[in-house]
Design a protein around this ligand. Structure first.
Ligand SMILES: Cc1ncc(COP(=O)(O)O)c(C=O)c1O
Length: 462
Protein backbone atom coordinates (compact mmCIF):
# COMPACT_ATOMS: atom_id res chain seq x y z
CA UNK A 1 0.00 0.00 0.00
CA UNK A 2 1.35 3.45 -0.83
CA UNK A 3 1.48 6.45 1.48
CA UNK A 4 -1.44 8.10 -0.31
CA UNK A 5 -3.79 5.18 0.32
CA UNK A 6 -2.61 4.81 3.92
CA UNK A 7 -3.33 8.47 4.55
CA UNK A 8 -6.69 8.22 2.79
CA UNK A 9 -7.77 5.27 4.99
CA UNK A 10 -6.63 7.00 8.17
CA UNK A 11 -8.49 10.18 7.24
CA UNK A 12 -11.69 8.22 6.57
CA UNK A 13 -11.38 6.43 9.95
CA UNK A 14 -10.72 9.75 11.67
CA UNK A 15 -13.77 11.36 10.05
CA UNK A 16 -16.02 8.52 11.26
CA UNK A 17 -14.97 9.10 14.88
CA UNK A 18 -15.03 12.90 14.76
CA UNK A 19 -18.41 13.90 13.33
CA UNK A 20 -19.10 16.69 15.80
CA UNK A 21 -15.59 18.08 15.39
CA UNK A 22 -16.14 18.06 11.61
CA UNK A 23 -19.29 20.16 12.05
CA UNK A 24 -17.53 22.65 14.32
CA UNK A 25 -14.60 22.87 11.92
CA UNK A 26 -16.89 23.54 8.97
CA UNK A 27 -18.60 26.39 10.83
CA UNK A 28 -15.32 27.72 12.27
CA UNK A 29 -13.91 27.86 8.74
CA UNK A 30 -16.65 30.31 7.78
CA UNK A 31 -15.16 32.82 10.18
CA UNK A 32 -11.50 31.91 10.55
CA UNK A 33 -8.84 30.99 8.03
CA UNK A 34 -8.63 27.20 8.14
CA UNK A 35 -10.99 27.29 11.13
CA UNK A 36 -8.49 28.43 13.74
CA UNK A 37 -5.74 30.74 14.91
CA UNK A 38 -2.58 28.64 15.10
CA UNK A 39 -1.55 26.55 12.11
CA UNK A 40 0.10 23.83 14.18
CA UNK A 41 -3.23 23.03 15.82
CA UNK A 42 -5.04 22.64 12.51
CA UNK A 43 -3.81 19.28 11.28
CA UNK A 44 -5.44 17.42 8.37
CA UNK A 45 -8.29 16.69 7.80
CA UNK A 46 -9.47 18.89 10.71
CA UNK A 47 -8.60 19.14 14.41
CA UNK A 48 -10.64 17.51 17.15
CA UNK A 49 -12.24 20.03 19.49
CA UNK A 50 -11.54 19.41 23.15
CA UNK A 51 -14.12 19.80 25.91
CA UNK A 52 -12.02 18.73 28.88
CA UNK A 53 -8.30 18.41 29.53
CA UNK A 54 -6.79 17.13 32.76
CA UNK A 55 -3.36 15.71 33.56
CA UNK A 56 -2.32 13.48 30.68
CA UNK A 57 -5.80 13.26 29.14
CA UNK A 58 -7.97 15.10 26.64
CA UNK A 59 -11.66 14.48 25.91
CA UNK A 60 -13.14 15.74 22.66
CA UNK A 61 -16.68 16.76 21.65
CA UNK A 62 -17.29 13.33 20.10
CA UNK A 63 -16.43 11.52 23.35
CA UNK A 64 -12.97 10.33 22.25
CA UNK A 65 -10.26 10.45 24.91
CA UNK A 66 -6.59 10.74 24.17
CA UNK A 67 -3.39 10.56 26.15
CA UNK A 68 -1.81 13.82 25.11
CA UNK A 69 1.88 14.36 24.39
CA UNK A 70 1.35 17.78 22.80
CA UNK A 71 0.61 19.25 26.24
CA UNK A 72 -0.08 22.83 25.30
CA UNK A 73 2.79 23.30 22.84
CA UNK A 74 5.02 21.47 25.38
CA UNK A 75 4.33 24.15 27.99
CA UNK A 76 2.50 21.81 30.36
CA UNK A 77 5.29 20.10 32.26
CA UNK A 78 2.81 19.14 35.01
CA UNK A 79 0.11 18.01 32.58
CA UNK A 80 -3.13 19.81 31.76
CA UNK A 81 -4.84 22.03 34.33
CA UNK A 82 -2.76 21.08 37.37
CA UNK A 83 -4.74 21.34 40.61
CA UNK A 84 -2.03 23.34 42.38
CA UNK A 85 -2.53 26.19 39.90
CA UNK A 86 -6.31 25.88 39.56
CA UNK A 87 -6.76 26.01 43.34
CA UNK A 88 -4.87 29.27 43.80
CA UNK A 89 -6.57 30.84 40.79
CA UNK A 90 -10.05 29.79 41.99
CA UNK A 91 -9.35 31.40 45.39
CA UNK A 92 -7.96 34.50 43.69
CA UNK A 93 -11.02 34.85 41.47
CA UNK A 94 -13.34 34.17 44.44
CA UNK A 95 -11.69 37.08 46.22
CA UNK A 96 -12.79 39.16 43.24
CA UNK A 97 -9.27 39.41 41.83
CA UNK A 98 -7.23 38.10 38.94
CA UNK A 99 -8.43 40.11 35.94
CA UNK A 100 -6.36 42.90 34.54
CA UNK A 101 -6.02 46.02 36.66
CA UNK A 102 -3.23 48.07 35.16
CA UNK A 103 -1.38 48.03 38.50
CA UNK A 104 1.80 46.11 39.27
CA UNK A 105 0.14 43.64 41.70
CA UNK A 106 1.51 41.95 44.78
CA UNK A 107 3.04 38.84 43.16
CA UNK A 108 5.26 40.46 40.53
CA UNK A 109 8.13 41.30 42.87
CA UNK A 110 8.27 37.82 44.39
CA UNK A 111 8.08 36.15 41.00
CA UNK A 112 10.76 38.39 39.47
CA UNK A 113 13.07 37.66 42.41
CA UNK A 114 12.48 33.92 42.12
CA UNK A 115 13.26 33.75 38.40
CA UNK A 116 16.33 35.93 38.74
CA UNK A 117 17.66 33.66 41.49
CA UNK A 118 17.12 30.65 39.26
CA UNK A 119 18.96 32.23 36.34
CA UNK A 120 21.48 34.23 38.31
CA UNK A 121 20.49 37.29 36.25
CA UNK A 122 20.22 40.95 37.29
CA UNK A 123 16.89 42.22 36.00
CA UNK A 124 13.72 40.91 34.38
CA UNK A 125 10.77 42.34 32.50
CA UNK A 126 7.57 40.41 31.79
CA UNK A 127 5.52 40.43 28.63
CA UNK A 128 2.90 38.14 27.12
CA UNK A 129 4.37 35.83 24.48
CA UNK A 130 7.64 34.20 23.54
CA UNK A 131 7.44 36.00 20.21
CA UNK A 132 7.32 39.45 21.78
CA UNK A 133 10.02 38.57 24.28
CA UNK A 134 12.54 37.43 21.62
CA UNK A 135 11.78 40.56 19.60
CA UNK A 136 12.39 42.81 22.62
CA UNK A 137 15.58 40.92 23.54
CA UNK A 138 16.94 41.50 20.02
CA UNK A 139 15.91 45.18 20.12
CA UNK A 140 17.75 45.56 23.45
CA UNK A 141 20.86 43.94 21.96
CA UNK A 142 20.75 46.16 18.88
CA UNK A 143 20.33 49.28 20.98
CA UNK A 144 23.05 48.30 23.43
CA UNK A 145 25.63 47.45 20.77
CA UNK A 146 24.44 50.09 18.28
CA UNK A 147 24.74 47.39 15.60
CA UNK A 148 22.25 46.04 13.10
CA UNK A 149 23.00 42.39 12.33
CA UNK A 150 21.31 39.48 14.07
CA UNK A 151 22.88 36.02 13.97
CA UNK A 152 20.69 32.96 14.34
CA UNK A 153 20.94 29.24 13.63
CA UNK A 154 19.25 27.32 10.83
CA UNK A 155 16.19 25.62 12.30
CA UNK A 156 15.93 28.13 15.17
CA UNK A 157 12.37 29.24 15.88
CA UNK A 158 11.93 32.39 17.95
CA UNK A 159 8.31 33.18 17.14
CA UNK A 160 6.89 35.15 14.24
CA UNK A 161 8.71 38.44 14.69
CA UNK A 162 10.59 40.34 11.98
CA UNK A 163 14.14 39.70 13.22
CA UNK A 164 13.91 35.91 13.23
CA UNK A 165 11.80 34.78 10.29
CA UNK A 166 14.69 33.39 8.31
CA UNK A 167 16.02 29.81 8.14
CA UNK A 168 13.34 28.14 10.23
CA UNK A 169 11.94 25.07 8.52
CA UNK A 170 12.52 25.38 4.79
CA UNK A 171 15.47 23.32 3.64
CA UNK A 172 16.88 24.38 0.31
CA UNK A 173 20.44 23.17 0.22
CA UNK A 174 20.80 24.76 3.64
CA UNK A 175 18.53 26.96 5.72
CA UNK A 176 18.85 30.51 4.47
CA UNK A 177 15.36 31.46 3.32
CA UNK A 178 13.26 34.34 4.49
CA UNK A 179 10.06 32.52 5.51
CA UNK A 180 7.46 35.27 5.62
CA UNK A 181 6.18 37.99 3.39
CA UNK A 182 5.37 41.41 4.79
CA UNK A 183 8.72 42.02 6.48
CA UNK A 184 10.59 45.34 6.58
CA UNK A 185 12.88 45.91 3.59
CA UNK A 186 16.46 44.79 4.08
CA UNK A 187 15.66 42.30 6.80
CA UNK A 188 17.04 39.41 4.74
CA UNK A 189 20.56 40.81 4.74
CA UNK A 190 20.17 41.83 8.39
CA UNK A 191 19.90 38.19 9.55
CA UNK A 192 23.09 36.12 9.34
CA UNK A 193 22.60 32.37 9.39
CA UNK A 194 24.91 29.84 11.00
CA UNK A 195 24.59 26.07 11.52
CA UNK A 196 23.48 24.75 14.92
CA UNK A 197 26.18 22.94 16.89
CA UNK A 198 28.81 23.82 14.29
CA UNK A 199 31.61 25.71 16.05
CA UNK A 200 33.68 26.08 12.89
CA UNK A 201 30.83 27.71 11.00
CA UNK A 202 30.19 29.98 13.97
CA UNK A 203 33.83 31.06 14.06
CA UNK A 204 33.83 31.69 10.32
CA UNK A 205 30.64 33.79 10.53
CA UNK A 206 32.04 35.80 13.40
CA UNK A 207 35.28 36.39 11.49
CA UNK A 208 33.24 37.68 8.56
CA UNK A 209 30.51 39.69 10.30
CA UNK A 210 31.47 39.80 13.99
CA UNK A 211 32.12 43.55 14.28
CA UNK A 212 28.60 44.30 13.04
CA UNK A 213 26.65 41.59 14.87
CA UNK A 214 24.41 42.90 17.64
CA UNK A 215 23.42 39.50 18.96
CA UNK A 216 23.64 35.78 18.50
CA UNK A 217 20.30 34.22 19.46
CA UNK A 218 19.87 30.48 19.84
CA UNK A 219 17.92 27.82 21.67
CA UNK A 220 20.32 25.76 23.80
CA UNK A 221 17.94 22.88 23.07
CA UNK A 222 16.54 23.38 19.61
CA UNK A 223 12.78 22.70 19.73
CA UNK A 224 10.97 23.08 16.41
CA UNK A 225 14.36 22.42 14.76
CA UNK A 226 14.18 18.81 15.90
CA UNK A 227 14.71 18.38 19.69
CA UNK A 228 18.51 18.51 19.75
CA UNK A 229 20.72 19.68 22.61
CA UNK A 230 23.66 21.99 22.07
CA UNK A 231 27.07 20.50 22.64
CA UNK A 232 28.71 22.05 25.66
CA UNK A 233 31.82 23.11 23.72
CA UNK A 234 29.61 24.76 21.08
CA UNK A 235 27.84 26.88 23.69
CA UNK A 236 31.19 27.70 25.25
CA UNK A 237 32.48 28.76 21.85
CA UNK A 238 29.37 30.91 21.38
CA UNK A 239 30.05 32.57 24.73
CA UNK A 240 33.73 33.17 23.91
CA UNK A 241 33.07 34.57 20.44
CA UNK A 242 30.25 36.85 21.57
CA UNK A 243 32.53 38.21 24.29
CA UNK A 244 35.43 38.64 21.88
CA UNK A 245 33.26 40.57 19.39
CA UNK A 246 31.19 42.46 22.01
CA UNK A 247 28.06 40.78 20.72
CA UNK A 248 25.12 40.01 22.98
CA UNK A 249 24.48 36.30 23.55
CA UNK A 250 20.75 35.59 23.82
CA UNK A 251 19.53 32.21 24.98
CA UNK A 252 15.98 31.57 23.85
CA UNK A 253 14.86 29.25 26.64
CA UNK A 254 11.15 29.44 25.79
CA UNK A 255 11.07 25.65 25.40
CA UNK A 256 14.05 24.62 27.50
CA UNK A 257 13.57 27.11 30.37
CA UNK A 258 11.79 24.86 32.86
CA UNK A 259 11.67 21.65 30.83
CA UNK A 260 14.96 20.13 32.05
CA UNK A 261 15.74 22.15 35.16
CA UNK A 262 14.03 25.09 36.91
CA UNK A 263 17.12 27.22 36.27
CA UNK A 264 17.04 26.64 32.53
CA UNK A 265 19.63 24.82 30.47
CA UNK A 266 22.11 27.61 31.16
CA UNK A 267 22.33 26.49 34.77
CA UNK A 268 23.06 22.90 33.71
CA UNK A 269 25.65 23.98 31.14
CA UNK A 270 26.97 26.67 33.50
CA UNK A 271 27.09 29.18 30.68
CA UNK A 272 25.64 32.61 31.30
CA UNK A 273 24.15 34.51 28.38
CA UNK A 274 23.71 38.29 28.38
CA UNK A 275 19.96 37.94 27.92
CA UNK A 276 17.55 35.05 28.40
CA UNK A 277 14.07 34.71 26.95
CA UNK A 278 11.51 32.65 28.85
CA UNK A 279 8.00 31.64 27.85
CA UNK A 280 5.66 28.64 27.74
CA UNK A 281 5.86 27.00 31.22
CA UNK A 282 6.70 30.27 32.99
CA UNK A 283 3.00 31.24 33.04
CA UNK A 284 1.80 28.02 34.66
CA UNK A 285 -0.76 27.68 31.85
CA UNK A 286 -1.52 31.39 31.37
CA UNK A 287 0.04 33.75 28.82
CA UNK A 288 3.37 35.03 30.07
CA UNK A 289 6.94 35.50 28.91
CA UNK A 290 9.98 37.39 30.08
CA UNK A 291 13.34 38.80 29.14
CA UNK A 292 15.97 38.60 31.87
CA UNK A 293 19.62 39.52 31.90
CA UNK A 294 22.34 42.06 32.53
CA UNK A 295 21.38 45.22 34.38
CA UNK A 296 23.13 47.57 31.91
CA UNK A 297 21.32 46.02 28.93
CA UNK A 298 17.90 45.67 30.56
CA UNK A 299 18.15 49.29 31.74
CA UNK A 300 17.63 50.40 28.13
CA UNK A 301 13.91 49.72 28.43
CA UNK A 302 13.58 51.99 31.46
CA UNK A 303 12.53 55.63 31.53
CA UNK A 304 16.06 56.78 32.35
CA UNK A 305 17.68 55.31 29.25
CA UNK A 306 19.34 57.82 26.93
CA UNK A 307 17.26 58.91 23.93
CA UNK A 308 18.59 57.12 20.88
CA UNK A 309 19.34 54.00 22.92
CA UNK A 310 15.99 53.72 24.68
CA UNK A 311 14.09 50.57 23.66
CA UNK A 312 10.33 50.67 23.47
CA UNK A 313 9.98 47.49 25.51
CA UNK A 314 7.65 49.35 27.79
CA UNK A 315 4.07 48.68 26.71
CA UNK A 316 1.71 45.76 26.87
CA UNK A 317 -1.78 46.22 28.33
CA UNK A 318 -1.61 42.66 29.59
CA UNK A 319 2.09 42.45 30.46
CA UNK A 320 2.65 40.88 33.91
CA UNK A 321 -1.07 40.06 34.05
CA UNK A 322 -2.11 39.43 37.68
CA UNK A 323 -3.47 35.90 37.09
CA UNK A 324 -0.39 34.94 35.04
CA UNK A 325 1.86 36.21 37.83
CA UNK A 326 0.11 34.09 40.45
CA UNK A 327 -0.16 31.02 38.22
CA UNK A 328 3.47 31.29 37.13
CA UNK A 329 4.75 31.86 40.65
CA UNK A 330 2.83 28.85 41.94
CA UNK A 331 3.99 26.66 39.07
CA UNK A 332 7.65 27.54 39.14
CA UNK A 333 7.81 27.25 42.93
CA UNK A 334 6.31 23.78 42.59
CA UNK A 335 8.89 22.79 39.95
CA UNK A 336 11.71 24.02 42.18
CA UNK A 337 10.36 22.22 45.24
CA UNK A 338 9.81 18.96 43.33
CA UNK A 339 12.83 19.20 41.04
CA UNK A 340 14.42 15.96 42.27
CA UNK A 341 11.25 13.93 41.69
CA UNK A 342 10.01 15.45 38.45
CA UNK A 343 13.04 15.86 36.19
CA UNK A 344 14.79 12.50 36.66
CA UNK A 345 11.46 10.67 36.22
CA UNK A 346 10.26 12.38 33.04
CA UNK A 347 13.80 12.24 31.61
CA UNK A 348 14.01 8.49 32.30
CA UNK A 349 10.62 7.94 30.65
CA UNK A 350 11.82 9.91 27.63
CA UNK A 351 14.93 7.73 27.38
CA UNK A 352 12.84 4.53 27.57
CA UNK A 353 10.48 5.78 24.87
CA UNK A 354 13.34 6.71 22.52
CA UNK A 355 15.02 3.34 23.01
CA UNK A 356 11.85 1.29 22.50
CA UNK A 357 10.57 3.25 19.50
CA UNK A 358 13.85 2.74 17.68
CA UNK A 359 13.89 -0.95 18.62
CA UNK A 360 10.30 -1.47 17.48
CA UNK A 361 10.70 0.14 14.10
CA UNK A 362 14.04 -1.58 13.51
CA UNK A 363 12.44 -4.93 14.32
CA UNK A 364 9.83 -4.32 11.62
CA UNK A 365 12.36 -3.13 9.07
CA UNK A 366 11.84 0.65 9.16
CA UNK A 367 14.52 3.35 9.33
CA UNK A 368 13.46 5.39 12.30
CA UNK A 369 15.54 7.49 14.67
CA UNK A 370 14.47 9.45 17.69
CA UNK A 371 15.67 12.84 18.80
CA UNK A 372 15.78 14.42 22.24
CA UNK A 373 18.83 12.42 23.32
CA UNK A 374 20.74 13.94 26.20
CA UNK A 375 24.48 14.47 26.28
CA UNK A 376 27.15 14.56 28.98
CA UNK A 377 25.49 17.61 30.53
CA UNK A 378 21.83 16.81 30.18
CA UNK A 379 21.68 12.99 30.39
CA UNK A 380 18.02 12.41 29.49
CA UNK A 381 15.15 14.50 28.23
CA UNK A 382 11.37 14.36 28.37
CA UNK A 383 10.97 15.64 24.80
CA UNK A 384 10.91 12.89 22.20
CA UNK A 385 11.00 13.41 18.44
CA UNK A 386 10.57 10.56 15.96
CA UNK A 387 12.05 10.88 12.48
CA UNK A 388 11.18 8.54 9.63
CA UNK A 389 14.28 8.29 7.47
CA UNK A 390 14.74 7.60 3.78
CA UNK A 391 18.02 5.86 4.50
CA UNK A 392 19.98 4.55 7.46
CA UNK A 393 21.62 7.22 9.65
CA UNK A 394 23.27 6.55 12.99
CA UNK A 395 21.85 9.61 14.75
CA UNK A 396 19.98 12.78 13.74
CA UNK A 397 22.28 15.60 14.78
CA UNK A 398 21.10 18.74 12.98
CA UNK A 399 17.96 20.70 12.04
CA UNK A 400 19.20 20.54 8.42
CA UNK A 401 18.67 16.77 8.51
CA UNK A 402 15.26 17.08 10.17
CA UNK A 403 13.97 19.52 7.55
CA UNK A 404 15.66 18.04 4.51
CA UNK A 405 12.92 16.08 2.69
CA UNK A 406 15.56 13.78 1.24
CA UNK A 407 16.57 12.73 4.76
CA UNK A 408 13.38 12.76 6.85
CA UNK A 409 9.86 11.99 5.72
CA UNK A 410 7.72 14.80 7.11
CA UNK A 411 4.48 13.38 5.69
CA UNK A 412 4.79 10.09 7.54
CA UNK A 413 5.68 11.83 10.79
CA UNK A 414 3.15 14.66 10.87
CA UNK A 415 0.28 13.10 8.94
CA UNK A 416 0.29 9.30 8.73
CA UNK A 417 1.88 8.42 12.08
CA UNK A 418 -0.04 11.25 13.77
CA UNK A 419 -3.43 9.91 12.60
CA UNK A 420 -2.41 6.30 13.24
CA UNK A 421 -1.53 7.16 16.87
CA UNK A 422 -4.76 9.15 17.28
CA UNK A 423 -6.63 6.05 16.14
CA UNK A 424 -4.92 4.24 19.04
CA UNK A 425 -5.81 6.99 21.54
CA UNK A 426 -2.59 9.03 21.64
CA UNK A 427 -2.15 12.63 20.55
CA UNK A 428 1.43 13.09 19.45
CA UNK A 429 3.46 15.90 17.93
CA UNK A 430 6.87 15.87 16.17
CA UNK A 431 6.44 12.08 16.14
CA UNK A 432 5.80 11.77 19.91
CA UNK A 433 6.15 14.92 22.01
CA UNK A 434 6.46 15.99 25.62
CA UNK A 435 6.24 13.67 28.61
CA UNK A 436 4.76 15.48 31.58
CA UNK A 437 4.80 14.71 35.27
CA UNK A 438 1.14 13.66 34.90
CA UNK A 439 1.85 10.76 32.52
CA UNK A 440 1.82 7.36 34.19
CA UNK A 441 4.22 4.51 33.43
CA UNK A 442 1.20 2.51 32.19
CA UNK A 443 0.28 5.25 29.71
CA UNK A 444 3.83 5.34 28.41
CA UNK A 445 3.84 1.55 28.05
CA UNK A 446 0.46 1.64 26.24
CA UNK A 447 1.79 4.29 23.87
CA UNK A 448 4.69 1.95 23.04
CA UNK A 449 2.26 -0.93 22.52
CA UNK A 450 0.39 1.33 20.09
CA UNK A 451 3.64 2.11 18.23
CA UNK A 452 4.32 -1.63 17.97
CA UNK A 453 0.80 -2.33 16.67
CA UNK A 454 1.21 0.38 14.01
CA UNK A 455 4.68 -0.82 12.95
CA UNK A 456 3.38 -4.41 12.66
CA UNK A 457 0.43 -3.23 10.55
CA UNK A 458 2.64 -1.09 8.28
CA UNK A 459 4.98 -4.03 7.74
CA UNK A 460 2.05 -6.01 6.32
CA UNK A 461 0.72 -3.09 4.27
CA UNK A 462 3.95 -1.98 2.63
C1 LIG B 1 12.10 28.52 21.19
C2 LIG B 1 10.88 29.35 20.98
N1 LIG B 1 10.98 30.69 21.04
C3 LIG B 1 9.90 31.49 20.88
C4 LIG B 1 8.66 30.95 20.65
C5 LIG B 1 7.47 31.84 20.48
O1 LIG B 1 6.69 31.78 21.63
P1 LIG B 1 5.13 32.13 21.57
O2 LIG B 1 4.48 31.04 20.78
O3 LIG B 1 4.72 32.15 23.02
O4 LIG B 1 5.00 33.46 20.95
C6 LIG B 1 8.50 29.56 20.59
C7 LIG B 1 7.19 28.96 20.36
O5 LIG B 1 7.01 27.79 20.15
C8 LIG B 1 9.64 28.74 20.75
O6 LIG B 1 9.56 27.41 20.66
Amino acid sequence: MDKKSMLYDLIEEYKLKHKKSAEIFEKASLYQIKGGSHNLRLFEPFPFYDVWCSGSKVLDVDGNTYVDFWQGHFANILGHNPKIVLDVLIDYFKEGQGLTTGFPGEYQKEFAELILQQLDADKIRFTTSGTLATMYAIMLAKAYTKRTLVMKVGGGWHGAQPYALKGISVYDNGMENLESAGLPPGVDSMIIMTRFNDSEDLEAKFRQYGEEVACFILEPFIGAGGFIFSHKDYLQKARELTQQYNTQLIFDEVVSGFRFHPGGLQSLYRIKPDLTVLGKAIGGGLPLSAVAGREDVMALCGPDAKMGQKVKFDGGTFSAHPASMLAGLTYIKYLIEHESEIYPRIGRLGAEVRKRIEEIFTEFGFNVKCTGYGNSVTKNSSLVGVQFLHEKIERIISPEQVWNPEVCDFEIREKIFKLAMLEEGFNIFHGYGGISAAHTEEEIQSSLDAVEKIARKWKLQI
